[in-house]
Design a protein around this ligand. Structure first.
Ligand SMILES: Cc1ncc(COP(=O)(O)O)c(C=O)c1O
Length: 762
């Protein structure tokens, strides 16, 4: 990286003026570029400068010409407000006033305490001014790099001859054959020169948490509010297993959100834990909500333990409790409420919050108190797993594991590291470590601004959707809607969401907290101040079902059809339910993306309303199944699928299937042992009644395990087989809409697709 990678932003109205000042300014630009090696971006107004500064994080220094009369003095942006804006977004960037007439004593304090330097245009030579600006850029850019990443860059720029792994030795190995050359050219030399081995002492040791790698972890702990932080390079799937491996032993009881990721289910397998499940609430549309706060009460825990057929010692405590926070649909828990409830009974010895999709929460006040590391006075240790790579900025699989010690029990790092090492490679990827280091620095330096921007933009989109829907409804027309409160309390009044100021919604938690009085969310008996909706997780609702679960007779639009359409417009949804789909905002989201989304939704509406032949909308689908779909229009296609859902009561079946926790015949670890021994067989789902499944079955939607390995399909749990068969029938009726169901293998028999799963041999 050179100085030119960090452009100097100069704001002045005199760039092309035919005056002495204009002339000096052009000389300065020239000198900066030619002699000092800087690059320059010029802004002709304070407003432009503000815009440029908001949209570019690579500015290395801002020079503000203070004296000159700007031709268009914007009412919105004055020199003072520009300074404030810059400082709000970046507290460290050097800001220099370029002035002539203004005496220092005339500068107000609000200016003086926001600038780094003042240069007198005529008192100094152009060379001197340019050199001084270049120095500021240099010292700023040198401090932009966090320590580990900085050392990695420094090391790879030393051009050492390597005699260690990885065997491509800084990329040289790839140059021996054309395929390798292609790879080298595609990824670029730096990728390979920074791909190092643990034999490089300068960068420390991740497995021992020493040197630069250990310092980076300790810095992340400070920034993310943890007592200890570990970088895990195999994703949060592995983070979850490290946490469990460190605390849970065979026979220990774990209190687990049934809505948990499969890696947690595997954590139960590898630790031999006995899971006791908490069932999350679901609304009529099937959106997954929070588990009840009472699940953490002594009464509820004891009842579940008493009813569990595989727990002999009914007086055991809970070794680990695990919650998905936030849920996929963006429901975030007030963790303090959970600790308070649990403290009353002391039954839970470790808390685990799986925050795979929520690593940003402690960087914005909207989320105050609603994340695991917010735990201030918990008696027992709190663990958080976060996929930094999912919604922050890190390479795929780069995750963090945070621990906050309890006041009563602390986690010994030496003991904990045994579990860490059990799951870690002895050849860590250094760029992944650097990406975690950088993600930390970004959040520390600019987290609140970055998140503020993302939340504001998400809120803008939410308000826009609400406004569009309202206007179209007024004219008897339809549109998609957002899963969000239709009205919010603002200054003591109830105002429609679309009319509530953006700033209020984007900066306050209150409008997002779910309550019982205004049940727009559809969850029953929501506890006071217990959960909030994450403003940046956007669930869009499609017509077809109301909040009470009543299905429309006509006009239903299944969400999978809309999300397939969006994919054609290069908009990929995170999750699709029956009548809703989820879009995530992340650090990579920008305003243009939101515009494309609205345009694509309107395009869908236009094609639907005009009864466009399906062939024009989904040509590949019709080409693949001409007999089935050849005569359909987009509208009739939606209608046919909606009617199918309604007539076959698919949503009702799904609700029934997920309400039951089947009786466990054995622990997940025992079921896994049957798999290892080969004591399992494939069984048609139509024949799984009274059978014990060997693996977990997780249908998407909704992405919750409907069966865990070791559970038996019998009694009430027959509803599960019924639901799976309804899904099988649906797929046969609607080819091209095969859903994802982990644990199900599809077999073609004649014209039919048959669902099969692995059961333990009788
Ligand atoms: C709740 C939850 N936990 C853990 C994971 C695993 O994360 P990773 O992909 O980082 O292994 C996921 C992945 O989707 C998840 O949704």
């Amino acid at each position: 990286m050179t100085l030119a990678d960090w452009p100097v932003l100069i704001v002045s109205g005199e760039f092309s003026a035919d005056s002495n000042e204009g002339h000096r300014l052009r000389e300065l630009l020239n000198e900066l570029k030619k002699t000092s090696g800087c690059s320059v971006i010029s802004a002709a107004s304070y407003e432009d400068a503000g815009e440029i500064f908001s949209s570019r994080a690579d500015i290395g220094c801002v020079v503000i010409d203070w004296d000159l009369e700007f031709e268009q003095h914007s009412e919105k942006m004055t020199p003072e407000t520009l300074l404030k804006h810059i400082r709000h977004r970046n507290s460290k960037i050097p800001v220099i006033l370029l002035t002539d007439h203004l005496e220092t004593e005339n500068l107000p304090q609000c200016v003086l305490n926001r600038i780094n330097d003042c240069l007198w245009k005529t008192a100094d030579t152009v060379e001197f001014i340019a050199g001084r600006i270049a120095n500021w850029v240099k010292s700023y850019s040198e401090n932009v790099l966090p320590e580990f990443f900085g050392k990695l860059v420094e090391y790879s720029e030393r051009y050492k001859y390597a005699w260690h792994t990885p065997g491509h030795l800084g990329g040289q190995g790839f140059l021996r054959a054309p395929a390798g050359v292609a790879m080298f050219k595609f990824f670029g030399e730096n990728t390979f020169r920074s791909d190092l081995s643990i034999s490089v002492p300068e960068l420390g040791s991740l497995l021992d948490h020493e040197g630069a790698a250990g310092d980076a972890e300790r810095n992340s702990a400070r920034v993310f509010g943890a007592d200890q932080t570990y970088y895990v390079l195999n994703g949060t799937s592995t983070v979850n297993q490290i946490i469990w491996r460190s605390q849970v032993l065979p026979g220990d009881i774990a209190l687990v959100d049934r809505n948990c990721h499969k890696s947690l289910n595997y954590a139960m397998v590898i630790t031999g834990a006995t899971p006791v499940y908490m069932i999350p609430r679901r609304n009529a549309r099937g959106i997954i909500g929070p588990v009840r706060l009472s699940e953490f009460s002594a009464g509820s825990i004891k009842k579940r333990i008493a009813a569990h057929p595989l727990i002999a010692d009914k007086n055991q405590h809970i070794k680990m409790s695990a919650l998905t926070n936030s849920t996929y649909d963006g429901v975030c828990y007030n963790t303090g409420a959970i600790f308070t409830e649990s403290c009353r009974n002391e039954m839970i010895k470790n808390f685990h919050f799986d925050e795979a999709w929520y690593a940003y929460a402690n960087f914005h006040p909207v989320y105050t108190g609603h994340y695991g590391m917010a735990a201030k006075d918990c008696r027992h240790p709190v663990f958080c797993s976060q996929s930094t790579h999912k919604l922050l900025t890190a390479f795929s699989q780069a995750s963090m594991l945070h621990i906050r010690n309890g006041s009563e029990r602390q986690i010994d790092p030496v003991l904990f590291n045994e579990s860490y090492m059990m799951h870690g490679s002895t050849s860590p990827q250094y760029s992944m470590i650097a990406s975690l280091d950088v993600a930390t620095k970004m959040m520390e330096d600019n987290g609140i601004t970055i998140l503020g921007d993302i939340i504001r933009e998400a809120v803008q989109l939410r308000r826009k959707m609400a406004d569009l829907e309202r206007n179209l409804h007024r004219n008897g027309d339809w549109f998609f809607s957002m899963w969000q409160p239709p009205t919010v309390k603002y200054k003591g009044n109830s105002v429609e969401f679309a009319d509530c100021p953006n700033a209020y919604l984007a900066e306050n938690q209150a409008p997002w907290v779910l309550n019982n009085q205004d049940n727009w969310h559809g969850f029953e008996d929501i506890e006071e101040n217990y959960v909030m909706l994450d403003p940046i997780k956007l669930t869009i609702l499609t017509p077809g079902i109301d909040n009470s679960g009543n299905m429309l007779d006509h006009g239903g639009i299944p969400a999978s059809i809309v999300s397939n359409f969006l994919i054609k417009h290069n908009i990929v949804c995170e999750k699709t339910d029956y009548y809703s789909f989820l879009l995530l905002n992340s650090l990579g989201t920008n305003r243009a993306k939101q515009g494309s989304l609205l345009a694509a939704l309107f395009e869908f509406k236009k094609l639907y309303d005009s009864d466009t032949p399906l062939e024009s909308v989904f040509p590949e689908l019709v080409r693949s199944y001409p007999e089935r779909y050849g005569s359909e229009t987009l509208k009739s296609h939606c209608e046919a699928m909606h009617n199918y859902f309604r007539e076959h009561k698919l949503i009702e079946l799904m609700h029934r299937a997920f309400e039951v926790i089947p009786t466990p015949a054995m622990l997940p670890v025992e079921a896994a042992a049957h798999v290892v021994r080969g004591n399992v067989e494939m069984v048609d789902v139509s024949a799984i009644n009274n059978r014990t499944v060997a693996v977990m079955l997780v249908p998407y939607p909704p992405g919750i395990p409907v069966m865990m390995g070791g559970e038996t399909v019998s009694g009430e749990a027959n509803a599960i087989a019924e639901y799976l068969l309804a899904r099988e029938k649906f797929e046969n009726m609607f080819p091209g809409y095969e859903g994802d169901i982990h644990g199900i293998t599809r077999e073609r028999r004649g014209e039919q697709t048959i669902f099969r799963t692995l059961c333990i041999k009788k």
